[in-house]
Write a protein that binds this ligand. Structure first.
Ligand code: FHN
Length: 446
């Protein structure tokens, strides 16, 4: 008799199902998770937070690997972590001001230090540090109070745990014994995930990272087992895997890193886009974790345009901040978040709750759509006249205005397309990062 697919090793299932279709084919997704996926598609904007022991050194979250810090000294460093200025209310208020709908925070990064209360190891923020508080609990409570969803980033890769063995591509120079018990390590992951899903109320989901360190079939990560565990504990929690591959069975979101969906300038993203909700994660400067010398912050218009381009490709933007070791957010990041929030206060209707529009991304910009409103986001087009391709058979534009001002936009249309004449840009007026035209459609039958 054929074994049920969830009893087969996940790499075998993955190899049997055409890539890209894998996620949908083996999925019998329950209604609460389908609803969560819809919520996720509508949310469009999230705040990523990379924060941990590494923040103390101000050289990014890979400092343990990059500086070849052995486990012993790193454990000492962890024992000094004391972010006395951490205030969950301030973080969540800032996230709200930025206009994000969810926060994804590192519960455990590759350094293996747990930023939450866990019984699976003493190497955690409550038991190991003078801080003794569980920041994730404080954040979870505050997110609930202020109406944001909270997701937990969780690294499958570990540079500290002795059972992360055999080693993958990284974590070779941390002075661990050259042996270990892989299945015990996977049990450890499951027990921590059980805590994350059990002790913080309803969460948005788990954002996995690090499997790329030894991708299957090199290692069996027991994904069907772990994914089933997560979905059993919280049926509406989404699994967001940053494994840089096309979606696998049981996953809920396809996430891309430092690239819009389908692009691969970063060198590790797949160009294959499945049918799950999409997300793209982006650093605000060039670092995820706090980096004291990284001043290469993206400008506010750059960030806005990235958010818009993501929405035009049906993807959320997960924009990162790396808080400082005392628990404060760098002012450069705070300023940018508030500015993006100000922009969204005017233009949010063209982003939240939309789907990609009828015109695929163009050099001049993108389109988004909600119901019979199409939002034309003019990003790179200096002229007043813009020609669009036909919006679909029988689709007529019955109105066109500038979203910000309500000014009328002149429209001429034919079977070949729609020509818009945008209002003249006021002399001396500030250059907008995105000129948004709202087209109202009337579908008519031929
Ligand atoms: O190695 C990590 C990195 O530190 C960071 O967490 C990013 C976020 O998308 N993901 C990994 C690289 O793929």
């Amino acid at each position: 008799m054929m074994r049920a697919p969830w009893l087969l090793p996940f790499w075998l299932v993955a190899s049997l199902v055409p890539r890209g279709l894998a996620a949908q084919a083996a999925d019998s997704t329950p209604p609460e998770r389908l609803a969560a996926r819809q919520w996720y598609r509508d949310a469009k904007f999230g705040m990523f937070i990379h924060w941990g022991v590494y923040s103390l050194l101000g050289q990014g979250e890979w400092v343990m690997q990059n500086r070849e810090i052995p486990v012993g000294p790193y454990e000492w460093l962890a024992g000094t972590f004391n972010p006395v200025k951490f205030d969950a209310r301030e973080w969540v208020s800032l996230a709200k001001a930025a206009g994000v709908r969810y926060i994804t925070i590192t519960s455990r990064h590759h350094d293996g230090f747990s930023m939450f209360a866990t019984r699976a190891t003493r190497y955690n923020v409550v038991d190991w540090t003078p801080f003794k508080r569980d920041p994730l609990k404080e954040l979870a409570d505050e997110c609930r109070r202020q109406g944001l969803k909270l997701f937990f980033y969780y690294s499958q890769l570990d540079w500290h745990h002795p059972d992360y063995w055999p080693r993958g591509r990284t974590g070779h120079n941390t002075g661990r014994p050259e042996s270990g018990d892989w299945s015990r390590y996977l049990d450890f992951l499951d027990s921590q995930l059980t805590e994350l899903l059990g002790n913080y109320g309803p969460i948005g989901g788990i954002w996995f990272d690090g499997m790329w360190d030894k991708p299957p079939p090199e290692a069996d990560w027991r994904l069907p087992h772990t994914y089933a565990l997560i979905h059993r504990l919280q049926p509406a929690a989404l699994i967001v895997p940053n494994h840089h591959q096309a979606p696998l069975p049981g996953e809920d979101v396809q996430t891309f890193e430092q690239d819009l969906p389908g692009a691969n300038t970063a060198g590790f993203n797949t160009e294959e886009i499945g049918r799950l909700p999409l997300e793209t994660s982006l650093t605000m400067n060039d670092s995820w974790g706090f980096n004291i010398t990284d001043r290469r912050y993206k400008s506010v218009p750059e960030l806005i345009r990235y958010l818009v381009k993501a929405a035009g490709r049906d993807a959320n933007l997960l924009l990162n901040v790396g808080p400082r070791p005392d628990g404060t957010i760098p002012p450069e990041a705070e300023e940018r978040l508030r500015e993006v929030g100000r922009w969204l206060a005017t233009y949010g209707s063209s982003i939240y709750g939309t789907r990609r529009g009828p015109i695929p991304p163009r050099d001049w910009g993108v389109t988004t759509q909600r119901g019979d409103s199409v939002f034309v986001h003019v990003l790179d087009w200096a002229d007043r006249v813009l020609a669009l391709p036909a919006l679909g058979a029988g689709t007529r534009v019955v109105g066109a205005t500038m979203l910000a001002t309500g000014e009328r936009v002149e429209v001429t249309q034919s079977d070949a397309g729609v020509v818009l004449t945008l209002p003249a840009v006021r002399q001396g007026g500030a250059e907008e990062p995105d000129r948004v035209v709202v087209l109202t459609l009337e579908a008519r039958r031929r």
